[in-house]
Design a binder for this molecule. Structure first.
Ligand SMILES: [Zn+2]
Length: 80
């Protein structure tokens, strides 16, 4: 499967597996190139440290998901 990445606009081979076993993971696999996903993973670590996010906290997870959607140029989740 090939994707045209929503972040960098480049067409490339999609990730072999969704990065998460969720609907969001599938969406990312279909819309984001592997390089931009790796870049997000590095950015995520910095954000978690900078904002001291506790990922057990649902609010922190929601905050991080919002940051991820902005970073990857994905539309917000429906219903928000
Ligand atoms: Zn990309």
């Amino acid at each position: 499967m090939r994707v045209t990445c929503s972040r960098c606009g480049q067409a490339s081979e999609a990730m072999a597996q969704p990065p998460m076993p969720t609907a969001l993971g599938t969406e990312i696999q279909q819309r984001v190139c592997p390089a931009c996903w790796r870049e997000w993973l590095r950015t995520q670590v910095m954000l978690i440290n900078e904002y001291r996010l506790n990922l057990i906290d649902p609010d922190a997870r929601k905050t991080l998901e919002g940051q991820m959607r902005a970073f990857l140029n994905l539309a917000p989740a429906r219903g928000e």
